[in-house]
Design a protein. Structure first.
Length: 376
């Protein structure tokens, strides 16, 4: 195969990582100059800054007023495991897995908590389990968007309003880019480094009144690590949801989270964020449709992610060499498929990525593929 001319225009921002994700357009370190560093996170002003993150989160996402929101340790992983350790065991569990992070929750539930009454509904990369088979008399654990497979649930219509169990949703690569039907979700978790490009190690935990009722009525039989404890004396530790974090938070990260939320408000809120992300998926979709060497890992358009956009290729070595070449050219960073996923590319299309930059990336992808093939 003959090589093609090298493109001359590079993306203005070359960050297409699926986590941590691109910072918001125009971000510089000056965004953190107001951070209350060197202060106790328990002091009045820093605590007010932490509470501002909670309040802005509620406003931008449209979280109902009777839902509780907290900043918790250890990113999305910590948020998910905290609620699994607290709530599971009261009912049977259905856990859904169609990529590596969902598989991780299966491991937690079956091998760590050692629950016996568990059904695992699995699907291969690029597909969803049969959602009609989920038993909502059980607690249901699932990812809204499979970060490593590029597969999302199409909507919340498969979740009944009159369910008996809790719905526990890992939404870390969906929230701020997809419409969360809050009335169908009892627990939602995510981390700042997804979608809005915040800094790492802090998780967000959102609880419905039904989830709070479970926390206050059920005591699990296993020990509870200090950083997981959401209740005291059988009652919710309300302060955690008002800015009294369980452990020390980084005020630099808090400032960065506020900056991202303020940017989100400024561009038009959730509706605009969703539109930006969907525009990125549309740009890639139009390009992929005309190629014979790459396709979407998610075959069905209605379940394709607009954030972690996963493209499948037959030859793993070609994909790896393309990723290395584009990185060396300073065109695209961190676009290789996840280590457990089928070979290909994974390009972040969340709201902090400008569609213009994705459009500039596309001819480089074609060029890199031709260069690798011609050198073979």
């Amino acid at each position: 195969m003959a090589s093609s001319p090298k493109p001359t225009v590079k993306p203005a921002r070359t960050h297409f990582s699926s986590g941590p994700c691109a910072k918001r357009p125009g971000w510089t370190l000056d965004a953190l100059k107001g951070a209350l560093v060197g202060r106790s996170h328990r002091a009045k002003q820093p605590k007010a800054r932490i509470k501002a993150v909670i309040d802005k989160t509620r406003s931008v996402l449209g979280v109902p007023v009777d839902y509780k929101i907290a900043i918790v340790p250890a990113s999305d992983t910590g948020a998910v495991e905290m609620i699994l350790w607290h709530t599971l065991g009261a009912r049977p569990v259905d856990v859904l897995a169609w990529e590596s992070f969902g598989e991780g929750w299966v491991t937690d539930i079956v091998k760590q908590l050692k629950l016996k009454d568990v059904r695992t509904l699995k699907a291969d990369y690029g597909k969803l389990p049969d959602l009609s088979q989920v038993n909502f008399d059980s607690d249901v654990v699932f990812t809204w968007n499979g970060t490593t497979s590029g597969v999302r649930v199409p909507n919340g219509n498969w979740i009944p309003a009159d369910r008996k169990g809790l719905t526990i949703c890992d939404a870390t690569s969906a929230v701020f880019a997809m419409d969360m039907p809050w009335d169908k979700l009892d627990v939602v978790t995510y981390s700042w480094q997804k979608v809005l490009g915040g800094e790492a190690q802090h998780g967000m935990l959102i609880l419905s009144p039904r989830a709070v009722e479970r926390l206050e009525s059920y005591t699990p039989p296993w020990p509870m690590p200090k950083i997981f404890r959401l209740t005291k004396g059988g009652k919710l530790e309300v302060g955690i949801f008002e800015g009294d974090t369980i452990n020390t938070v980084s005020m630099l990260c808090v400032e960065d989270a506020l900056d991202g939320l303020t940017w989100a408000e400024g561009v038009g809120g959730l509706k605009a964020l969703i539109a930006r992300s969907e525009a990125n998926l549309k740009a890639l979709s139009g390009w992929v449709a005309n190629k014979n060497w790459v396709t979407f890992l998610a075959e069905s358009p209605d379940i394709r992610s607009c954030t972690s956009i996963c493209l499948a290729m037959k030859d793993a070595e070609v994909a790896k060499k393309m990723v290395a070449l584009l990185d060396a050219e300073g065109v695209a960073q961190d676009i290789g498929a996840y280590r457990d996923a089928p070979p290909g590319l994974r390009i972040w299309g969340g709201a902090t990525v400008d569609t213009a930059d994705l459009e500039k990336l596309l001819p480089w992808l074609e060029w890199a593929h031709n260069e690798v093939q011609s050198a073979a």
